[in-house]
Design a protein. Structure first.
Length: 291
């Protein structure tokens, strides 16, 4: 027994893998009440995700369903719309749901198999701002023999919008074997599908109200990314009358490149913002690319 306890303490050391931990989004009834701290004491089929070794101690062949239907996100961006223009985003969000249960057609009292489907990552942010006012943002353009342009303050119309979405759904298949009356070990194969998009749009217009001339620039950015990856989780769990212990090791993710990909597109357009200092000729810029 001393060797087992010593081994559990050694294995309890953790390190960060290539993706974040999801303990801030609890799945499973008891896990939600404990705030995600369920590696040692979880005793429902959410153990497929948290600690597959604990599946050995489950007696009931039932289904576990969990919904966490709450969450408020509040973001503040100081000077997000420019100097002195703060941006704020507040949204009530629907948070992860999970479905887990046994695979009753295989296994026995010492060998348990389970499945789990859960949404372990969701985030959506939308920020939109618009500014109208007067400011001298373009230097006066002196044109010999012609009327000077952009003297004094210009009328500005600036606006921007940001949309960012992250969604991730995982499926796990767990196996656990009881190697002693008080100790169980297990392994879960995890597969995840991640979908991430981002759109950013910025528009700037400066209008010379005296000579009815304008200068403008636009920026558009669009990123669409999706990926399928696999990882494994090894777990060991032990319980006594007054004590429950558990430890897990999660492997780094392996990407399934044939089912992953992405596109990104960026374009910049500028009209009458730049001029040739020697001739005073207007310079327009157009840049666009997609991969």
């Amino acid at each position: 027994m001393k060797k087992i306890i010593t081994l559990l303490f050694i294995l309890s050391l953790f390190s960060y893998a290539q993706d974040r931990h999801y303990w801030d989004q609890a799945v499973g009834g008891k896990t939600a009440l404990l705030g995600g701290i369920a590696v040692g004491g979880v005793r429902d089929y959410s153990a497929t995700f948290y600690n597959p070794g604990a599946l050995s101690f489950l007696d009931k062949k039932s289904m576990s369903v969990n919904f966490n239907m709450y969450g408020i996100k509040d973001f503040s961006f100081i000077n997000g719309g420019g100097p002195g223009i703060d941006s704020r985003y507040t949204r009530v969000s629907l948070y992860p749901a999970s479905l887990a249960g046994p695979l009753p057609f295989i296994g026995d009292s010492l060998n348990r198999f389970s499945y789990m489907i859960y949404a372990n990552g969701y985030s959506y942010v939308r920020v939109s701002e618009r500014y109208e006012g007067y400011s001298d943002v373009i230097p006066t353009r002196i044109q010999p023999g012609l009327v000077n342009n952009f003297e004094g303050d210009e009328y500005l119309v600036n606006q921007g919008k940001l949309d960012a979405l992250l969604s991730e759904v995982s499926v796990g298949f767990g196996y656990s074997k009881k190697i002693a009356d008080n100790v169980g070990i297990g392994f879960t194969l995890l597969g995840a599908y991640r979908d991430q998009t981002k759109q950013r749009y910025e528009s700037y217009v400066a209008y010379d109200t005296t000579n009815q001339r304008s200068a403008s620039s636009d920026l558009f950015l669009d990123i669409d990314y999706w990926a399928v990856r696999f990882s494994g989780k090894f777990g060991i769990s032990a319980e006594w009358e007054d004590l429950k212990l558990g430890a897990t090791i999660t492997t780094p993710s392996i990407a399934f490149k044939k089912a992953s990909g992405g596109t990104d597109h960026a374009s910049v357009m500028s009209s009458n913002v730049l001029v040739d200092t020697t001739t005073g000729a207007q310079i327009d810029i157009v840049a666009s690319d997609r991969q």
